[in-house]
Design a binder for this molecule. Structure first.
Ligand SMILES: [Zn+2]
Length: 256
């Protein structure tokens, strides 16, 4: 069931570095996971994807020329990637292409990618990693499932209820990768923000259960599950578990 709900393109925004790389791996694991409720983190596909050795998780980045990295990702690279995407996966049910520094694709490269995003080969998924989406064509951006900038602060109530709404939307989509993406982009929240987030989600869930707000497609069982997860979140916070770990838990358990 999860298979039908997966999207073909995801946008992971955040500063370049180890953390974004890890997030991309976790997202890729959610996409290749062979367990009935991905991401399980334990199946062969998850383990290989997390270790960075899965043959169906392919990194695409700036190439070297004379020992130095080129300034841009070139159209030829994107064309090679999309030609490869047509071929069947080796082990998993789909192939995942992680485009690192997607914001370094020049216009031609982006246009070539756009063609693949508009008419994606059935088993191919693309993860675009970028510091910001400013350098990307609006047409490319609009084709990607994205989560807001992880650096975005949420001191205001309105922004927090947006966050709760975004979480419920991701949960209702049934797309495990989208849920992982949402959670990966929240690991920088402070303890207070995480606590407020959990409270907002629970309030929103109550409103839906009481019939005071429309159900975005979650259903009773899942709503109760999410309420229980928020209890767990608050419990963890009381025991000094870090938001980073908590959002890792939510990434894994939201769709259970
Ligand atoms: Zn798995």
């Amino acid at each position: 069931m999860a298979e039908r709900r997966l999207s073909h393109a995801y946008m992971l925004t955040g500063p370049e570095g180890r953390e974004r790389e890890d997030a991309a791996r976790r997202l890729a694991a959610a996409l290749v996971c062979s367990a009935p409720e991905p991401p399980c983190g334990r199946c062969r596909d998850c383990r290989k994807a997390l270790a960075g050795v899965h043959p169906d998780v392919i990194w695409v980045g700036r190439e070297k020329r004379d020992g130095d990295l080129r300034r841009e990702i070139l159209v030829g690279q994107v064309r090679r990637m999309t030609a490869d995407a047509v071929l069947a996966p080796n082990e998993a049910e789909r192939k995942v292409y992680i485009i690192d520094q997607a914001d370094r694709m020049n216009q031609q490269a982006q246009n070539a990618l756009l063609k693949a995003l508009e008419d994606p080969p059935g088993h191919a998924c693309f993860i675009l990693c970028a510091a910001s989406t400013d350098a990307l064509l609006p047409t490319v951006r609009s084709r990607c499932v994205r989560a807001e900038d992880p650096g975005r602060r949420t001191d205001e109530g309105a922004a927090l209820s947006d966050l709760a709404g975004g979480y419920l939307e991701a949960a209702a989509s049934g797309d495990p990768a989208r849920t992982v993406l949402f959670c990966m982009n929240r690991v920088k929240l402070s303890r207070e923000e995480t606590e407020a987030f959990a409270g907002q989600v629970r309030d929103a869930v109550c409103e839906i259960l009481c019939g005071r707000a429309p159900d975005p497609g979650l259903g009773r069982d899942r709503l109760f599950h999410l309420a229980a997860l928020m209890d767990k979140t608050e419990d963890y916070l009381r025991h000094n578990v870090q938001p980073k770990q908590i959002f890792g838990l939510l990434a894994a358990e939201t769709l259970r």
